[in-house]
Structures are given as structure tokens and as C-alpha cells.
Design a protein around this ligand. Structure first.
Ligand code: NAP
Length: 260
């Protein structure tokens, strides 16, 4: 059964207290993995971990900021001590404040780079010593269609980080291949996370209208793609991307959807 190889594996999911990260964490927990739920706010991370444990899963919470190397090192150590090593890192934490270039301060630009791009680098860096000891180390990065493929006003800083993650991935997968570690990315379209809901009803309605499947994605849709990339069955896939967007990037114009 797909995903059965994750049973008993130690998995870190950053940004797992809510949104897509929570969906990823839930899918891994449901497949028998031991999951470290990471976010800055300890109370939210604990509430999420508790929810999984109440459902019979194995999970615990850890408070850390992905933009801080010391935090990432403590996170990796905690996962290794609590769950007997690290087999999978899902580098998912990310932020997307919307602001045009003209109104964007250098500080906001830096913050988004620090969390989304540097945070990916730091979380991977901190986990490498442990992933090397795993028989099948896996890194799954949450990128986006915004940046690598599409654009949206107010998200130049965000798009740059999401495209940057893929540049990082393509060399990381080469450096880590000799240790049997794979590095891949999931590119979500518009997914009903807490962060996306905060964009408001109008935004969500407009986006849903642009999706051939006619609806926004669920957080678990990203979880299943991450589970596949972390599975034994995906062991020969590295440096690749899976787009999970309901077909959103495909229509040539809104008219193309109207003709369906
Ligand atoms: P979300 O609902 O806002 O959740 C973000 C999560 O990340 C929270 O758990 C948050 O917890 C954590 N976080 C934020 N900054 C952090 C930091 N510096 N260190 C550690 N944890 C941090 O966001 P989301 O929509 O699920 O997005 C998750 C990922 O998916 C992001 O990388 C985003 O770019 C990507 N994505 C989302 C969509 C979408 O449609 N939702 C589409 C494409 C890509 P704390 O605040 O407690 O730290």
C-alpha cells in the first residue's frame, strides 16, 4: 500500500500548527509516522499535536523559528531524541504578506526571504546530519505555483522565494544523492489553509473560478503529494516537482473555462 513505508518513520513538518503543514502532518500521522509539529507559537503547535495524539497518532510539538539556525538545530535534535532519528523533513513554513513593489519596505522583503527561502536552507542544513543516518532520507519542500510558474500582484517577494526554493532544491538533490537522500518539491495552487482564508471571500471566489476542477484545494491534497514523495515507492525520484492545483495553471484564458 502506498505510504505504508512511512510507518514508524520520524518526520518533521515545519509550519505544521495550522494550514497546509497541518494537513501534511495529519496525512503522515495517519500513515503511522512519528511527527514533530513545528511552529513559532508553542500553544498552537501543542494543540495540533494533541489533536493527532487524541486520534491515536504519534506527534509532539516544538516551538522554533525557521529563519534562525540555532532554532533549527534544536528542532532537529529534539526530533532525533524524541522519535529516534530523522527520516523525513517537510520544509513547509512560509508567509505571504501581500504588498506591491512600490509600497514594499526592504524590511518586509527581507522577512519573506528569511522565512521562506533562508528557512528552507536552514531547516535542511540542520537535518542533514540525521537524514544521512536514515536508510531512506527524504526532503519535501512546499514551494508554490506563484513564482515558479505564475504571478500575482503583491507577491514579488513571495514569488522570488518560491522560485528560489526550486533553485535550491536542484543543487541540494545533487549534493545529498550520495547519502541516499532525495529532495523534491510540491507546488500547491490555491489551498484552503488558514493563511489563504485570511485573504478574504472575494479572493477565494475569484481563485476558485480560475480552477478547472471548480474548487480550491484541501490541505490534505498537499499532504498526499508529500507522502508520495517521502515514500519508498518514490525512492528513485529526486530534484522534481509535483503541481497540485486542480489544473489552475492550464487554461489559456478565463474564456477557456467558460467553454467547458
Ligand atoms: P498558514 O495557514 O498561514 O500557516 C503557516 C504555518 O507556518 C503556521 O503553522 C505558522 O505558525 C508557521 N510559520 C510561519 N512563520 C514561521 C516561522 N518563521 N518559523 C516557523 N514556523 C512558521 O500558511 P499556509 O497557507 O498553510 O502555507 C504553508 C506553506 O504553503 C507556505 O510555504 C506557503 O508558501 C505554501 N503555499 C500555500 C498556498 C495556499 O494556497 N495556501 C499555495 C502555495 C504555497 P506560527 O505562526 O505559529 O509560526
Amino acid at each position: 500500500m502506498l505510504g505504508a513505508s512511512l510507518k514508524g518513520k520520524s518526520v518533521i513538518v515545519t509550519g505544521a500548527s495550522k494550514g497546509i503543514g497541518k494537513g501534511i502532518a495529519r496525512v503522515f500521522v495517519e500513515h503511522g509516522a512519528k511527527v514533530l509539529v513545528v511552529g513559532r507559537d508553542l500553544a498552537s503547535a501543542e494543540a495540533t499535536a494533541k489533536e493527532f495524539v487524541a486520534q491515536g497518532g504519534t506527534a509532539s510539538a516544538f516551538s522554533a523559528d525557521v529563519s534562525q539556525l540555532a532554532d533549527m538545530e534544536k528542532m532537529a535534535k529534539a526530533a532525533a531524541e524524541r522519535h529516534g532519528g530523522i527520516d523525513v523533513l517537510c520544509a513547509n513554513a512560509g508567509i505571504f504578506p501581500q504588498v506591491t513593489i512600490e509600497n514594499m519596505s526592504p524590511e518586509v522583503w527581507d522577512e519573506v526571504q528569511d522565512v521562506n527561502l533562508k528557512g528552507t536552507f536552514l531547516s535542511v542544513k540542520a537535518c542533514i546530519p540525521y537524514l544521512k543516518k536514515s536508510s531512506a532520507g527524504r526532503i519535501v519542500i512546499t514551494s508554490s505555483i506563484t513564482g515558479p510558474i505564475t504571478g500575482f500582484p503583491g507577491w514579488t517577494h513571495y514569488g522570488a522565494t518560491k522560485a528560489g526554493q526550486l533553485g535550491f532544491m536542484r543543487t541540494a538533490c545533487m549534493e545529498l544523492a550520495k547519502f541516499g537522500i532525495t529532495v523534491n518539491a510540491v507546488l500547491p495552487g490555491n489551498i484552503l489553509s488558514d493563511g489563504l482564508k485570511a485573504m478574504g471571500e472575494e479572493y477565494m471566489k475569484g481563485m476558485a473560478a480560475a480552477v478547472p476542477l471548480g474548487k480550491l484545494g484541501e490541505v490534505e491534497d498537499i499532504g498526499y503529494a508529500a507522502l508520495f514523495l517521502a515514500s519508498r515507492e518514490a525512492g528513485y525520484i529526486t530534484g522534481q516537482t509535483i503541481i497540485v492545483d486542480g489544473g489552475q495553471i492550464l487554461p489559456e484564458s478565463p474564456d477557456a473555462l467558460a467553454q467547458m
